[in-house]
Design a binder for this molecule. Structure first.
Ligand SMILES: Nc1ncnc2c1ncn2[C@@H]1O[C@H](COP(=O)(O)OP(=O)(O)OP(=O)(O)O)[C@@H](O)[C@H]1O
Ligand SMILES: O=P(O)(O)OC[C@H]1O[C@](O)(CO)[C@@H](O)[C@@H]1O
Ligand SMILES: [Mg+2]
Length: 526
């Protein structure tokens, strides 16, 4: 019996990578003699350049959003037994290797009749690898803003490659994407990285801007690099996706693995990004100081600005953890100053009742108010991110001005710990998390997967295709329970008008988020 290779194009209005409508996946081919049902195939999602979306349907509405593998575009590749099976530390583990068919579900809360839904390939070591240890020439690059845990990830990639797979050649790229074509590399060995997890920042340096995929892939090719570990946020992953496409176009056996990094926690799909817990922990020190300062004087207001350009996760979690905060302002929840239900009214009430209060504001909050009042020009950093005006300074000034006009003396202390919460070493739990991410990335690359990001989805580490990471940003859902918990803990007004609530619901339940007649839940941390 011969093999029948089929390739066909499907055009449908209903498929979107994040929320496919499963009943469109029943595909069969009928000849005059027999009907063939297709069980494994990949689909391009409408965009002819989108070659990373691999969809594998299964029973009961199961859908694997798979990641690319060398064998998708390279023929006759040899594979080898995983050297881990001879490693004294790992060989004792029962079922150490991940089953080829193991997947991790994206949606964990289900109804008895709901479809099984989207799944990702489970991360972890495979029986077979596609590299001989001596042939591996790996490199690591860190891009974007700093984040606690960067050095831990670097350390664990190096040590994981050395100790688990016997790899000896690992290079550090100096200073972000630009470093591929502008600077020297750093030789990384377990000895060199031994202590780096105790330091903040990244020993490799980082940068924004300067992404030139052709030049980067040229340098990867010139140097004979065949595993690229890219640690960064949403912008970095957009860059990684382009690098992967170029590598695939050139038919190179080079694995591209992303490790999601951002203290803002704005990366979708994964449960949480590394360094986030460390940042929230560090933010407590600023909030405590604001509380002490404010309660020690008459009508004291402690105002703390925290990072979060487009989303307010740090502010929300720092507020919930502290319980000393009376008001938390984030980009996702619009607020207003004047009039009934406004911020000034709430501050006045709090001061009358308690004599002091603490306000936490995310740096991206209230930017629309700021630009109205300062008529600012839109400015961007080298990566194209919005450059923000200092909302903390602005709001301090507005509050002081308002209460001066009302002839009510207040005592406002503005604390801006911005860079202090990200320029520190990671706490213990983040260190362990970074280790799992690094090892997951190493196992995936050694097993021949590429164009993937590793990260926990409902607590289990998975390989996620780049397109799912870069298609949208993770945001606080203000119609979810977590934000309600925050409102009930601070007792602040919600500042929301019915129109804002309708908008928020529309964002949470987009029109294409309907699955089998039920609404698909988007990622949230509650
Ligand atoms: N659309 C894009 N295409 C290619 N490269 C990009 C794109 N967006 C950003 N990059 C590159 O990715 C790198 C990092 O991007 P950015 O500065 O936005 O940080 P990030 O990865 O989002 O991390 P963070 O938000 O945590 O600081 C930069 O070198 C930038 O040039
Ligand atoms: O000043 P930099 O280094 O550009 O970074 C600032 C930005 O980086 C982040 O920490 C992560 O994107 C944001 O919260 C912040 O706006
Ligand atoms: Mg970013």
């Amino acid at each position: 019996m011969g093999t029948l290779n089929l390739s066909f194009q499907i055009q449908t209005r209903y498929i979107s990578p994040s929320s496919p409508s499963f009943n469109t996946f029943t595909i069969s081919l009928t000849t005059n003699r027999k009907k063939f049902n297709c069980s494994r195939f990949s689909l391009s999602m409408g965009n002819p350049n989108d070659t990373h979306t691999k969809l594998v349907p299964g029973a009961a509405g199961f859908l694997l959003q798979d990641v690319p593998h060398f064998t998708d575009y390279l023929d006759h590749l040899p594979s080898y037994p995983n050297p881990l099976q001879n490693n004294p530390a790992y060989s004792v583990v029962e079922q150490y290797f991940v089953d080829e068919d193991d997947t991790v579900t994206e949606k964990i809360v289900v109804h008895k009749e709901s479809a099984r839904g989207v799944h990702f390939r489970r991360a972890g070591p495979r029986q077979k690898v596609y590299f001989k240890p001596d042939d591996v020439n790996a490199c690591i690059v860190t891009c974007g803003g700093l984040c606690p845990g960067l050095n831990t990830v670097i350390r664990e990639i190096v040590c994981g490659l050395y100790h688990m797979y016997g790899v000896r050649k690992v290079l550090g790229i100096d200073g972000g994407y630009k470093g591929f074509y502008a600077k020297n590399t750093i030789t990384l060995t377990p000895k060199f990285v031994d202590d780096i997890h105790k330091r903040g920042g990244t020993i490799l340096g980082t940068s924004r801007g300067g992404h030139d995929s052709v030049k980067i892939v040229d340098r990867i090719q010139d140097r004979g690099i065949n595993q690229v570990y890219i640690i960064g946020g949403d912008g970095t992953h957009k860059g990684a996706a382009v690098i992967f496409e170029e590598i695939r176009r050139r038919g190179l056996k080079v694995a591209v693995a992303g490790i999601p990094k951002t203290i803002d926690n704005d990366i979708p799909v994964i449960d949480k990004s590394f360094g986030f817990d460390t940042a929230v922990e560090e933010a407590q020190r600023a909030i405590k100081a604001a509380h002490v300062e404010s309660e020690s004087v008459g009508n004291g207001i402690g105002l703390v600005k925290l990072m979060g350009r487009y989303c307010g996760f740090i502010a929300m979690y720092a507020t919930l953890a502290s319980r000393d905060v009376d008001c938390c302002l984030i980009p996702e929840s619009p607020f207003y100053l004047e009039g009934k239900g406004g911020l000034y009214e709430y501050i006045g009430k709090q001061l009358k009742q308690n004599g002091h209060m603490v306000i936490v504001i995310a740096e991206g909050a209230g930017q629309e108010l700021l630009s109205e009042s300062l008529q600012s020009v839109d400015q961007q950093d080298a990566s194209g991110n919005k450059l923000l005006q200092d909302v903390g300074l602005w709001i301090s000034h507005k509050i002081k001005e308002h209460f001066a006009k009302k002839k009510m003396p207040i005592n406002l202390k503005y604390i801006d710990p911005t860079y202090m919460i990200r320029a520190i070493p990671s706490i213990a739990s983040d260190n362990v998390y970074c280790t799992l991410l690094a090892h997951g990335a190493v196992h995936g690359a050694m097993a021949g997967y590429t164009g993937f990001t590793v990260g926990p989805v409902n607590g289990r580490h998975a390989y996620i295709p780049f397109n799912r990471i870069i298609e949208k940003q993770n945001k606080v859902v203000i119609t979810d329970r977590m934000w309600a918990r925050l409102l009930s803990s601070t007792n602040q007004p919600s500042f929301l008008k019915p129109r804002d609530i309708a908008e928020a619901k529309k964002e949470k339940y987009p029109a294409n988020g309907i699955l089998d007649g039920k609404i698909v839940k988007t990622m949230s941390m509650n």
